[in-house]
Design a protein around this ligand. Structure first.
Ligand SMILES: NC(=O)c1ccc[n+]([C@@H]2O[C@H](COP(=O)([O-])OP(=O)(O)OC[C@H]3O[C@@H](n4cnc5c(N)ncnc54)[C@H](OP(=O)(O)O)[C@@H]3O)[C@@H](O)[C@H]2O)c1
Ligand SMILES: [Zn+2]
Ligand SMILES: [Zn+2]
Length: 375
């Protein structure tokens, strides 16, 4: 391989191929560019769905898309205008980049996670190369500094931002309940409240950690029967794992009592709408899961609608994350590392070399979070 190229995992949608490509080595071009060496790149369902060709599109003029949107990297070179970062710093990049339209105020103001034109790009997903490669260049504004003590777990920042943005929405919406615990309240803003997380994948477990850290009594409702590695991890942090195979939604509701918050991280509509039926009074339901296309299902719509109205419920969806969510994720990951060091490390169940990309992306590797390690 020549010096001007490097290894990257590429997806070629037109040929339905996934392969190692010789990707042009990136160079700093602008004053605010930063060259980053990849350390860890996490793999999630989105990558697997791109590899199944459900979505994922290469940049204009490229046959392939470089995969990877969950990155922890190290700065190796900075442009002349960069003031915040220096070589050696650990960084995490965000994923979504703004659309070009001047009338899209969210994008103009740095809130591309709320872009309404749909013409945004996403690194490793939509029309911009990702981070599953030795080096990448990124603008300073899209990177967030990670403290060195998070070196081993920093790759979890991006999946944790899902919960951080979700929780930010929860706090904003629940300002309609002025008697509830305010920011900075003893025991956390969730103290005395009950939360249910749907799904015990990385998004769900990191969400459960965030809810516990905010003082919620937290339950995780997922599929596999307990005991299993995920249920043990969930129970070890002080949440309670319940399997949908052994506990019905009615039993779940009876066991918990009034459910103040549901954080959905499962991507299964049938289960989600079943649980929406038992959301408590003044409760909030946060959808994060992205279901793969399935035939339509029947839901208890009259009952759900009646509850949403008569119980003042709020239902909100959330996608992607803004800078404050990245900052909150980095701060909270430090808290998790202090409170649950073993559990946090146990979330990363496999570190693999780039040559194993096919096994990791297409094989039946189990575990919670698999990572491609570059150093
Ligand atoms: N909104 C966003 O910005 C955003 C960002 C990233 C991901 N997501 C979405 O978040 C969701 C979770 O992501 P993830 O990476 O944590 O996924 P994951 O690793 O696939 O985990 C999904 C979890 O849901 C459980 N589950 C699946 N089907 C079930 C069923 N029928 N009944 C009960 N439980 C079931 C699984 O149980 P088992 O453990 O038994 O398999 C697993 O624990 C996905 O839908 C993903 O697309 C959204
Ligand atoms: Zn992901
Ligand atoms: Zn936009």
């Amino acid at each position: 391989m020549s010096k001007a190229t490097m290894r990257a995992v590429g997806v070629i949608p037109s040929k339905k191929e996934i392969c190692l490509v010789e990707h042009a080595a990136p160079q700093i071009a602008g004053a605010y560019d930063i060259k980053v060496k990849s350390l860890d790149v996490g793999i999630c369902g989105t990558d697997k769905e791109i590899c199944a060709f459900f979505y994922g599109s290469p940049p204009h003029g490229s046959e392939y898309l470089v995969l990877g949107h969950e990155s922890l990297g190290q700065v190796v070179e900075v442009g002349s205008g960069v003031s915040v970062f220096q070589p050696g710093d650990l960084v995490v990049p965000s994923v979504r980049r703004p659309c070009p339209h001047h009338h899209c105020l969210p994008c103009q103001r740095g809130f591309q996670d709320f872009c309404f034109t749909g013409d945004f790009t996403e690194r490793g997903i939509k029309m911009t190369h990702g981070f599953m490669t030795d080096y990448y260049v990124e603008e300073e504004q899209y990177l967030t500094l990670v403290p060195p003590e998070l070196r081993d777990v920093g790759v979890l920042v991006e999946p944790l931002t899902v919960a951080e943005k979700g929780l930010a929405q929860v706090w904003q919406i629940q300002e309609r309940l002025p008697w509830a615990a305010p920011e900075g309240a003893e025991g956390g803003r969730g103290a005395g409240r009950r939360a249910v997380v749907l799904g015990a994948g990385p998004v769900g477990i990191l969400g459960a950690m965030a809810l516990l850290a905010n003082g919620f009594e937290t339950y995780v409702y997922s599929r596999s029967k307990a005991p299993n590695a995920k249920s043990e991890l969930v129970d070890s942090i002080g949440a309670k794992y319940l399997s949908s195979l052994t506990t019905s939604v009615e039993e779940l509701a009876e066991r918990i009592g009034a459910i103040d918050l549901v954080y959905e991280a499962m991507g299964v509509a049938r289960v989600a709408f079943d649980v929406l039926r038992v959301l408590g009074t003044n409760g909030i339901f946060v959808f994060t899961g992205i279901p793969i296309p399935n035939p339509p299902i029947g839901i208890d719509a009259d009952n759900i609608m009646r509850n949403v109205v008569l119980k003042n419920q709020a239902v909100v969806g959330t996608v992607n994350a803004d800078r404050p969510a990245f900052q909150a994720a980095i701060r909270d990951l430090g808290t998790f590392l202090y409170r649950w060091p073993e559990a946090l490390h146990a979330l990363i169940t496999g570190r693999h070399r780039i040559d194993s990309y096919k096994d990791v992306l297409l094989g039946d590797k189990t575990g919670i979070k698999n990572v491609i390690a570059f150093d």
